[in-house]
Design a protein around this ligand. Structure first.
Ligand SMILES: Nc1ncnc2c1ncn2[C@@H]1O[C@H](COP(=O)(O)OP(=O)(O)OP(=O)(O)O)[C@@H](O)[C@H]1O
Ligand SMILES: [Mg+2]
Length: 364
């Protein structure tokens, strides 16, 4: 994995402190704090708060005072005020860049300058305006070049997140891209075949392509819970509220609601399938570029609140002919949880995947 994320100077010294994993989305804030006792792990608390529209827009903090106020007064699901101060928080995927860059093998050990130079041309922002981090991708030995996986993020956004968190009284230990957190929660990199993770949330769907090399590609699209609801409302001439109920109760089940809900969902789902196909092809090309014809994506992992849509797993697996699974975002710590089971039902847990992955940064 990357050596660090975007921050912080003393994080390493405090690496064993318990932290809150804090997932900031456009419409909600979700958080979790684990609790380690010897080898046993439990959930100390979990919770969420809704955000009014306009506070966060496409991952940009538009109303920092309001957001800080909400963050300063977080309440857990069982009604307690959050008093812990150390947080690992998420950065919105759509604002960051994860890229594999092929750079001429530098003469000296200092690869930093070479990456910086190559980045200039690869991303649409001046290097002075970004934070970046990179790691060398281990691949078949080419002597004349190296592949590096680069993670870059606009400084303005990182700084705005840090400042709101501090304003709310927290100590940000690290900020990570959502994809890093999601991958940590769902995947043990030990023996990893290439996998595509799809997080279907309220306002967008994120794709994370993960291999033994790490995360090699991420992207987001606007097909989401909200667009499902908008299509149902339009096709069935019902309110958005009713559309949300229908989405949850009928989903893709053709036997429910005369199949009308399922039919209304076909258009956004077709877009989703096309995007999945693009990722599968991207991976094939990526492998071909490296002279490796063997591997293809053999598994898709679904997460995010809207991955609970009835019938979506089999719809996707039939559509793209790849196995689709929903894995619990607690799966990597379940063996250590023993009797201390997760305090929320499995389907609700899927909305907390990012928060869980963030909190696990200090544990796994
Ligand atoms: N049982 C269910 N069936 C279908 N959809 C569901 C179900 N339960 C929750 N959802 C949907 O999950 C969504 C919330 O998911 P999630 O918490 O992952 O989104 P988010 O992280 O807040 O949004 P984003 O990541 O897009 O900013 C809502 O659209 C909600 O309607
Ligand atoms: Mg989300």
């Amino acid at each position: 994995m990357f050596r660090s994320s975007f921050i912080t100077t003393w994080a390493h010294a405090l690496a064993s402190l318990p932290v809150i994993g804090l997932d900031l989305s456009d419409l909600s804030v979700k958080f979790i704090r684990f609790d380690e006792r010897g080898k046993s792990i439990g959930v100390r608390y979990i919770g969420s708060a809704d955000l009014a529209g306009g506070v966060m827009v496409n991952g940009s903090i538009e109303k920092p005072k309001e957001l800080a106020g909400i963050l300063a007064n977080l309440k857990t699901n069982d009604g307690h005020k959050v008093t812990d101060r150390f947080v690992v928080a998420s950065l919105p995927e759509e604002k960051g860049f994860i890229k594999i860059l092929r750079i001429p093998r530098p003469k000296s050990e200092n690869i930093d300058a070479a990456v910086r130079w190559e980045l200039e041309g690869a991303i649409p922002l001046p290097v002075e305006e970004i934070y970046f981090d990179f790691e060398e991708v281990v691949s078949a030995g080419h002597s004349d070049h190296v592949d590096v996986l680069v993670l870059a993020y606009p400084r303005g956004i990182v700084d705005s997140y840090t400042s709101v968190l501090r304003e709310a009284g927290y100590v940000p230990m690290a900020l990570e891209l959502e994809s890093q957190a999601i991958a940590r929660a769902l995947i043990d990199r030990g023996n990893l075949d290439p996998v595509l993770i799809i997080d279907i949330g309220a306002t967008r769907t994120s794709f994370v392509l993960m291999t033994r090399e790490g995360i090699i590609h991420t992207s987001t699209m606007s097909v989401s819970g909200q667009s499902f609801e908008a299509e149902i409302a339009k096709a069935m001439n019902v309110s958005l509220e009713r559309a949300r109920e229908l989405k949850v109760t009928a989903g893709l089940d053709l036997k429910k609601e005369g199949g009308n809900v399922a039919r209304a969902l076909m258009q956004p789902l077709r877009l989703l399938l096309e995007e999945i196909m693009r990722h599968i092809e991207f991976y094939r090309d990526h492998k071909k570029d490296r002279g490796d014809l063997q591997n293809s994506i053999e598994k898709i992992l679904l997460t995010g609140g809207d991955s609970n849509l009835i019938g979506i797993e089999s719809y996707i697996s039939r559509g793209v002919k790849v196995t689709v699974e929903k894995v619990s975002p607690f799966s990597r710590v379940l063996p250590q949880m023993g009797q201390r089971l997760p305090p929320i039902p499995a389907n609700q847990a899927h909305a907390y995947t990012t928060a869980i992955g963030l909190a696990l940064r200090q544990i796994l």
